[in-house]
Structure formats: C-alpha cells, structure tokens
Design a protein around this ligand. Structure first.
Ligand SMILES: Cc1cc2nc3c(=O)[nH]c(=O)nc-3n(C[C@H](O)[C@H](O)[C@H](O)COP(=O)(O)OP(=O)(O)OC[C@H]3O[C@@H](n4cnc5c(N)ncnc54)[C@H](O)[C@@H]3O)c2cc1C
Length: 331
C-alpha cells in the first residue's frame, strides 16, 4: 500500500458537486486535498445550488446515453455512505389524460418501472388521489436535497482533514500542488473547447394542501415538469432547459409555464407560496456526458449537464483511479 506521503497533495478548484465528490474520492485514497472556491460556502456559488438532486438513472436514461443508467445506479448508495440524507421512495411519472401516449412511450423506452392504477397511486401519494388514473413507479430511484448534502459532505471532509479555502477566485497557475483537479463548471469554458451552458430555471414553493413523498415527473410534449419534496416542507419545481449561459433571474414566461403545469397536477398548488426562484447554468459537452480530461498535472472534471448528483460519484471514483494510475483515461 502506498503511504500518505507518496500520494502527495492535490488542489481541487471548485466546491460544487464535481469538486466535492472528487475531494471525497481522493481523500478516501489518502491524498492531501485542498478545495478552493470563489463562493463563501460549499456548493453555493455555482449550478449545484439550483439542482433538484434527483438520483434517477432509469428516468434520465429515456433521453440520455446508456452510460447514464449504468453509472448512475451507484449514486444513491454513494451519497448515503457520504452522509447525505437520501430519500429512497422512487419516482412517480404521470401525464394528463390527453398526454397518455407520452406515458406509454416513456414506459416503452425505460426499464425498472411498474404500472400503478388509481388506487395504488392514491395509496402512495394520498394528496394526489383522483388526479390520475395510472402512472409509472420507478422504485429504485432516489433523491437528495443539494442544499443539505453538499454542506454535509464538506463538513464531513473538513472533519477528515480536507482543507477548504473559500472566498477567492483562483487560477491554476497560482497553485503549487503536485496535481490539480479543475471542477470549475462553466467557468472552465475558455480552456475546454465544446463546453457550453444550458440554463435551468426552478422555483421553491410551500404548499399547505399538497404534501408529496417522492419526486413526481409530469410528462408534457413541450415542457416536462418535476416536483421534488424536501424535508423542510418545500417543493422544488423544475426545470427549464434553455440553450443559454445566462445565469440571471427566472423569466416571467418560464415561471408561468412551470407554475401553470404544476397546477394541472393539482389545482390546490395554486394556493402554494412562492419561496424562491432561481436559475443555474449546467455545464455540458455536445454528447451530454461528463468527461475527465488530463492535461499535464491538471485533470478537468466537467460536463455534468443534468446529472451532477447522479453521475459525479461514478466519475469521482474513476478520477481517483486515474490518479492512482490504476486505469486509463476516460475521454
Ligand atoms: C435547475 C436544475 C436542476 C438540476 N437537477 C438535477 C438533478 O435533479 N439531478 C442531478 O444529478 N443534476 C441536476 N442538475 C445538474 C447539476 O446541478 C449540475 O450537473 C452540477 O451542479 C454541475 O456541478 P459542477 O460542480 O460541475 O459545477 P458548479 O456547481 O457550477 O460548481 C463550480 C464551482 O466552481 C467555482 N469556481 C468557478 N471558478 C472558480 C475559480 N476561478 N476559483 C475558485 N472557484 C471557482 C464556482 O464558485 C462553483 O462553486 C440540475 C441543474 C439545474 C440548473
């Protein structure tokens, strides 16, 4: 076994989900890790703060590459093992009566699901009783709250000896460790050809009438919607997918579309309070798969697109494999 001194020190740039999972995987293999972020708190300054936190490999694989299913399956266990409060209640996929072909099509293109009738749906989500006659349940899917799991992971890492430096933008050339892991998300665009931004808008609402127990995906031909319950009684509504790297406030159109669709799921959501609106910009390559790219002493871990929480555990472990020299590069 290599000793701690042989492994040496690693600087991780960025404390979003990529940077923190990378730090966790490297610290577990006895590297001395320092994480730098320009924000004031882990996960807070980038795209990761706005995410839904769904660990939904089966649903995502309907529109993504096959790798997403294979690599995403380990995410829930990885997050549990790293101190996250993981909800393991699966995902429900519903559609309005006029969009039932969408639901049939979704079922055909996915695996890992069961059909539920109205009675079974009502037993699972009592506040949605009578709102749908059938739906799909993906029992092996899970979710985390990004605003819980990232600070929790950072605190755990810090307690284990990982150092954090917040509050300043850092350039790779300012740092002197043996190895560098660049997890700056979209900020690395100028040095990573092909990396682009895909804007995602979301809302947090509080409903006193509708309580959910698992993420609900409402299929729709133009704009699918999901609603994700959090422990604090909030529901996250998301998300738009806009080809833009603009991280500014949510537009009126997007807010109206997301809220309008939510009310088709249950009219009582019209009485919910809007607690927060926000947008993040997902870093994406053209194939929508993450990449580990090695250049000299720097490895870039980027392009997590819609799957930061789902795929970063798998890629972080592969990154640590590479740095130990046990595996080739993932191009
Ligand atoms: C609305 C929405 C919903 C989503 N839902 C899900 C979901 O349900 N499940 C899922 O798996 N994924 C989801 N995602 C995707 C996920 O959020 C992203 O894939 C992920 O956040 C990308 O993480 P990252 O660490 O690469 O980037 P970021 O989170 O942007 O982190 C980059 C960090 O680098 C820091 N940084 C940048 N430049 C510097 C510098 N020079 N010096 C120091 N620090 C620097 C930034 O401050 C930032 O903290 C969603 C995204 C959005 C927008």
């Amino acid at each position: 076994m290599t000793s701690l001194n042989d492994r040496g020190d690693v600087a991780v740039l960025g404390a979003g989900v990529a940077g923190l999972t990378a730090a966790a995987a490297l610290a577990a293999r006895h590297y001395q890790v320092t994480v730098y972020d320009q924000g004031e708190q882990a996960g807070r300054a980038g795209c990761s703060w706005w995410a839904g936190g769904m660990l939904a490999p089966y649903c995502e694989a309907v529109t993504a590459e096959r790798e997403v299913l294979q690599q995403g399956r380990l995410a829930a266990d990885w997050w549990s093992a790293h101190g996250a409060d993981v909800w393991r209640a699966g995902t429900l996929v519903l559609a309005q009566a006029r969009d039932r072909t969408e639901l049939d099509d979704f079922a055909r293109r996915s695996e890992g699901c069961q059909w539920l009738d109205a009675e079974a749906l009502a037993a699972m989500e009592p506040d949605l009783a009578g709102r749908a006659t059938r739906g799909l349940w993906y029992p092996d899917e899970a979710h985390v709250d990004p605003r819980q799991c990232l600070p929790a992971l950072a605190a755990r890492l810090e307690a284990g000896g990982v150092r954090f430096a917040f509050g300043q933008a850092v350039q790779a050339e300012d740092l002197e460790p043996r190895q560098l892991v660049d997890c700056r998300g979209l900020a690395a665009r100028s040095v990573l050809p092909g990396l682009r931004g895909v804007r995602g808008e979301m809302l947090l609402i509080r409903s006193h009438d509708v309580r959910l127990h698992r993420p609900i995906r409402l299929l729709h031909p133009r704009m699918p919607l999901y609603l994700i319950p959090r422990r604090d009684g909030l529901i996250m509504l998301g998300a738009t997918t806009v080809e833009s790297d603009h991280a500014g406030p949510v537009t009126l159109r997007s807010a109206m579309e997301l809220l309008g669709l939510a009310m088709t799921l249950h009219p009582a959501l019209g009485e919910a309070e809007i607690v927060e609106l926000g947008a993040g910009v997902r870093p994406a390559f053209s194939d929508h798969l993450p990449k580990l790219i090695r250049r000299g002493r720097t490895t870039f871990f980027n392009g997590l697109y819609r799957h930061g929480y789902l795929l970063s555990p798998w890629y972080a472990e592969r990154l640590a494999d590479q740095m130990e020299g046990t595996e080739g590069l993932v191009a």
